[in-house]
Design a binder for this molecule. Structure first.
Ligand SMILES: Nc1ncnc2c1ncn2[C@@H]1O[C@H](COP(=O)(O)OP(=O)(O)O)[C@@H](O)[C@H]1O
Length: 179
């Protein structure tokens, strides 16, 4: 499961979880739309926003306040695609639409195993999908009407998602032309 969140405050921004295809989608979307793809994990490391390393999940633990402070100006300008595996700590005002990517468990299992995930990290990522944790988190963090689910299992669905998001963007610009 994954998020894709656009902040469309006259400009745009996107945010997206693990193995569902968010990087793949964000990269292609950035190419097509000209939006700036921001990988939070990379930005955090580059800007010293990592507090410690979680040995169980084998991932960095972020200094969220510092990270958010550093992103504030960029997000206010808009035009970004934000890519990360959690969404509740981002300010609600940053985003105008949220896309939650979904993949069935077999697909997700194969992707995560081929990426080298094992043990608790693998189990918890799969549980997230089974229990719809990310969708619930998105629904709880943002207005329900701006949260959308997209299936992300095949290359056809990837293309379809890009088309749907581009169409959605066009509509957004039409609706907000005069403001
Ligand atoms: N829609 C899709 N159809 C088929 N394979 C996909 C799709 N999206 C991503 N993948 C593949 O799944 C793997 C994980 O994708 P990635 O974009 O890195 O996920 P994430 O960024 O969510 O962790 C990669 O090998 C990628 O090529």
């Amino acid at each position: 499961m994954s998020y894709l969140i656009f902040e469309l405050d006259k400009k745009l921004d996107v945010k997206v979880l693990q193995g569902v295809g968010k990087s793949t989608l964000c990269e292609q979307l950035a190419e097509v739309t000209g939006l700036q793809w921001i990988e939070i994990s990379k930005v955090a490391v580059e800007n010293n926003c990592v507090e410690e390393y979680d040995e169980v999940y084998q991932c960095p633990v972020l200094d969220e306040d510092k990270l958010l402070d550093g992103l504030e100006d960029v997000m206010c300008r808009g035009g970004n695609i934000i890519d990360y595996h959690s969404c509740e700590f981002f300010p609600e005002r940053w985003f105008d639409v949220v896309f939650v990517l979904r993949a069935d468990n077999t697909t997700l299992y194969d992707r995560l195993v081929s990426r080298g995930y094992t043990g608790k990290k693998l189990e918890d990522n799969l549980d997230c999908e089974i229990f719809q944790t990310i969708l619930d988190e998105a629904m709880a963090s943002y207005k329900k009407e701006i949260v959308h689910e997209l299936s992300s299992r095949t290359s056809e669905e990837l293309q379809d998602n890009i088309n749907r998001i581009c169409f959605w963007l066009q509509q957004w610009f039409e609706d907000n032309k005069s403001s």
